[in-house]
Design a binder for this molecule. Structure first.
Ligand SMILES: *Cc1c(COP(=O)(O)O)cnc(C)c1O
Length: 371
């Protein structure tokens, strides 16, 4: 699905010397690379505060912890997402309230949010799924009206631009009260292990987030709140500093792959190519098709026979996971989520893809359809 070896080979000298430099200085934790990366990411995102942490799941957990919610409080979120988004809610005793998604953009359907709000609702966690923004203008309007927090799960959309109602274009992850991201190796900005970050423009929240991610510590050995230990290490930060400089180029390369696929697949009525969300650019973390009248499993095994991977993101929506059995969420009716779960398929997309590879993938799909 991705080719991280070729990507590394294209930036190898810079990466090797940056990693070696960390090793030679033996500053593995809280080193200078982490603080430089933090500043560079703040500049890139145009956000007041970036707090690096250990992974994207921690970022979401810490963000929720910073809001001071009580067990039983409700958080509105899509079910059509990676499990981490909602798992952290359960872990903190919060109740995920699952809302259906837009069949075209795969992101939360803002028109369904109001009817999911109750007295216990405290926050909305939209997910910028596959690399484009959830309808943030509508979400922020509802959040302001009902006094709710918004935490953006930006793990799949770093670098994505969104145009606000006032005409200003800003980066996803900086629109709500808090944004969260992951630097898992295959993400659009990936490191060589685990990593994550939390963004906010709110200085009070940034202080809480920093404290929670560092054992609830306000000054050394003074612990004010229950926190956790969630750090980005210096080696990962050194890698990320180099790759951050390439991020826009990487996202453009992904868009070119998507354009190529789009142009090829539009001739097939059985295939719907990804539509573009309003006000949002697309950074194509995934390139995901919807199939109708095509047997997905058979297509997948035909591709596999030709050494082409294809993935289903995600085969079981969160509300139907055993994890949430005790929440009774399996009874929630989410027709679009269920429909998508059975029809989506994601094709390989990455920064180093060439025309020959694209051609082979497209022709292999065509061969299957044409029989
Ligand atoms: C990857 C991902 C996460 C979790 O990130 P990790 O770094 O793997 O913990 C959370 N949400 C979404 C939507 C993701 O894609």
């Amino acid at each position: 699905m991705v080719d991280l070896v070729s990507q590394y080979n294209n930036i190898k000298p810079a990466i090797d010397s940056a990693i070696l430099n960390v090793i030679e200085n033996a500053q593995f934790i809280n080193g200078p690379e982490v603080s430089s990366f933090k500043e560079e990411l703040e500049k890139y995102l145009d956000v007041n505060h970036v707090i690096p942490c250990a992974n994207g799941t921690d970022a979401l957990q810490i963000a929720l912890m910073a809001l001071g919610l009580k067990p039983g409080d409700e958080v509105i979120t899509p079910s059509f997402t990676y499990i981490a988004t909602t798992e952290v809610m359960a872990l903190l005793g919060l109740k995920p309230i699952f809302v259906d998604v837009d069949p075209n953009t795969f992101c939360i359907d803002a028109t369904l949010i109001k009817s999911a709000i109750t007295e216990k609702t405290k926050a909305i966690v939209p997910v910028h799924l596959y690399g484009q923004s959830a309808p943030m203008n509508e979400i922020m309007e509802i959040a302001n009206q009902y006094n709710l927090f918004v935490i953006e799960d930006n793990a799949q959309a770093i670098g994505c631009d969104y145009t606000l109602s006032n005409g200003k274009t800003i980066k996803t992850g900086t629109i709500g009260h808090i944004g969260c991201t992951s630097f898992f190796p295959s993400k659009n900005l990936g490191c060589f292990g685990d990593g994550g970050a939390i963004f906010t423009n709110d200085t009070d929240l940034s202080i809480k987030i920093k404290m929670i991610s560092n054992h609830g510590q306000s000054k050394q050995y003074y612990h004010d709140v229950v926190g956790c230990n969630s750090r980005l290490d210096n080696i990962q930060a050194a890698v990320l500093r180099i790759k951050l400089k390439e991020l826009d180029k990487y996202n453009n390369a992904r868009r070119r792959v998507a354009d190529y696929y789009d142009a090829f697949f539009k001739q097939y009525p059985q295939i719907t190519t990804p539509s573009r969300a309003e006000n949002s650019t697309h950074v194509f973390h995934q390139y995901t098709l919807k199939l109708e009248g095509i047997n997905r499993d058979e297509l997948r095994s035909h591709l596999a026979k030709n050494e082409i991977p294809a993935m289903i993101y995600y085969p079981v929506p969160a509300h139907k996971q055993k994890m949430f059995e005790s929440f009774g969420s399996a009874d929630t009716i989410l027709p679009i989520t269920d429909w998508l779960t059975e029809r989506v398929i994601s094709l390989p997309i990455h920064t180093e893809m060439n025309e020959e590879q694209l051609n082979k993938i497209c022709n292999t799909v065509a061969e299957f359809i044409n029989g």
